[in-house]
Each structure stands twice: as C-alpha cells, then as structure tokens.
Design a protein around this ligand. Sequence first.
Ligand code: HAM
Length: 404
Amino acid sequence: MIKARKIAKERYANELGRQAIYLRLVVPANASSTSPWVPTEDVEIEAFAGTFFSSSQSLTLRPENTAGVVRAYIEHKLWDRGLNKLYCIGPMFRRERPQKGRYRQFYQIDAEVIGPASAGSDSPARDAEILELLATLLDRLGIKDWTLQLNSIGCANDRAAYNEALRKALEPVKDKMCVDCQRRAVTNPLRVFDCKVPEDQPIIEKLPRISQFLDEPCRQHFDQVQAILKSVGVEFQLNDRLVRGLDYYTRTAFEFTHGALGAQNAILGGGRYDGLSEALGGPAAPGIGFAIGEDRLVMSLGESAEAVFRKPDVYIAPLGPGMNKEAARLARELRRHDIVVELGEESFRLKKSLEAASKLGSKYALIAGENELSTGVFALKNLATGEQKAVPRSDLAAIILANG
Ligand code: HAM
C-alpha cells in the first residue's frame, strides 16, 4: 500500500496532480442545495449524514472528494492559475452494506484536472492523458489483466433525451423487474444499468443506449479520446452500460476493472464533470478526474505485491549486550542513504538473526559485535550467495547500494 501510494504520488506530483490538496473529512451536509453529497433516492452513493459533536449543524462524513475539490476551486478562485492538477489521498465514508471490496470506511487516491476551458480543460487530450497515466501506473505496479471500460454519457441535453427514452422503454416492462429497478425506472432510470439481478438482464440488454443519444460535439469529443488512446496503445473496452454512480458526470466515464476482485471489481473510476462548478455556484470550469480505491488496488496486487514491496536491503544483527545501541547508530547511517534496514535484537543468537534476515528476504546481513565496532570493519553477508566480506564502516552504504 505504501509503495503503491508512493508510485502514485510520484506520478501525480510529476505529471498529473502537481499539487496536493487537503480537504476536510467532515463537511456540511447541505453545503449546496445541488450538492451531490446530499443523499437522494437512487444516487448510488449515500453519505453518513447526521448531527455530529455538539453542533446543531447537519454534517456529513465525506463520501468522495470531487465535489470538495470543485468547492475549493470556487472558494479560492483557482481559475487564476489556469489548469489545476490536484491530488488528495485519504479516507472516505459511505453508508453501504459491507462486502468484499466494499467498506464503510475506505481509502481513495483522487486526482482532478480542472480549470477554464481557455486552459484546455475540456480537451479530449486531458481525458486520454489521464487514462494513459493510469494504465501506465497499474502496469508499473505490476497489476496484470486490468480492463479499461470506457463510455461517454454525453452532456446534460443528451442525458435528458436519453432519460426520457429510457423511461418510455421501461414503462411497459418495469413490472417484470426487481423492486429496485421498478423504483429506478421512475426516479432515475439510468441507475437501472447498475442492476445485477440475473433475471433483469435480458430486459436491460434491450434498452436504448446512451451512445445513440450523443450530440455531435459529444460524439466528436469521445471519438478523439479513443483515437489518442489507440495511437498510444492503451487498450479499452467500450461499455455503454457504464453510467457511474454519481450524477455530476458528463461525457467521458471510465473504470479500470480487475477480474480477481469479485462483484466489486472496479479498482478505480472517474470521468468528466464539465457542469459541476456551475451547479455549485461557480464559473464554467470543465474538469476530469478519477479516484483509485486503495483497498481494492492492494487486493488486485495479489501475488504481484511481492514485486512491489521493497524488501530490506540489509538486516543488522547486533551481537551481545549493549549492541542494540550501536546497531541503531549503524541503521541511522545507512537509512540516510535510502537503504531499507531491518534491525535485529542483541539477545538473538547469530543463527536466529540470519534466519530472520532470510525470512524477510533481506539482501544482506550485517553483523555488529564488539569486535566489529572496535576495528570499524564489519562482516557483511550476502544472503543470496552466502558470500561474506569484511567491509570498513565507511564503505558499507556503497557496497549495499551497489547490489541494488
Ligand atoms: P467512485 O467510483 O465512487 O468514484 O469511487 C472510486 C473508487 O473508489 C471505486 O472504483 C472503488 O475502487 C473505490 N470505492 C468506492 N466505494 C468503495 C467502498 N465502499 N469500499 C471500498 N472501495 C470503494 C468517485 O468517488 C469519484 N469521486 C471519482 C472521480 C474523481 N470522478 C471524477 N474525479
């Protein structure tokens, strides 16, 4: 998890989210009348709202960050800076029925690109760039067999027409569907596509699709996103059932899924939200972003986690009374060189220390006894080859690092 975060952060810090943004965990439930956080029927995401502490104000534990980032954009007039690339990492809270990969408290790595259209925020190049970065990130983490599911859910006008068509198409068949779908057919027909009930699937398969309702600018935007992805060799699957559980999305919507995760198979999800700033009372500010579910990311690392987590470079084995202190000093010296050190314990016999070092997968064991300290020359054992060398203290870091 830490390594995944580190790689993700490096990528965002360098290329995507150039700046970290820190948002509050507890926010007013009615921060705006159009707040996507206010739990409404058939918005898939329900927040923990209530009166917390002794405040009489109704508050919410944040269920996601995008709305918070957009509020910060408005409050701090971030449009002055052109295109903003922001990221934040932290816990989110949702009132959900817990199951594998779905928790009430979970962690997200969230990144958002937002700014005035004059800064290029609405360009399909942004969408493709984010998707390419994510594909590269997952590859770099050693996650195999991910699938990028891609859709365009059009703009507000497209969706109004589409919703109408869906309502009409559902009217004669809704009574044959599950209770949830019967309600969704009336309140928010798009949500019908989230239904997992097997008996409903043949009906859902025959419903009209958003792809038939995109206007020309939306269609062109989506075509260009796909063209760039093809040119950089990022594979994707078009999925016009992917409508996502938040109502602020426009145009590009996506998820990276992984077969090993089970029913909750999205490692991450995101999309465009070109009208959200205006809906929250701000200026026009097209944006696109995503959130990686860290818990699921770690689950999908599976066996490849071995390759991701850095094993100790050296295990320091203090030998005899009083040596813990000396070993700690050695550890401090080596850690300054970005060497991953595991510290043993002076009461351990050498055999036990070497076993512990091997078990942890350490490259070297460094023996720190009275003798070594008085001569300043240490026994450094390469645990893969069994070769042992006498190394002066001043050369230890270089030799350990040389074995990379
Ligand atoms: P989301 O699809 O609701 O999108 O969540 C993103 C990811 O968070 C999911 O793909 C999943 O990995 C993880 N996740 C969601 N709920 C849970 C849960 N209950 N337990 C464990 N993991 C979970 C958003 O949150 C949007 N704000 C993403 C975004 C950013 N769109 C634009 N910018």
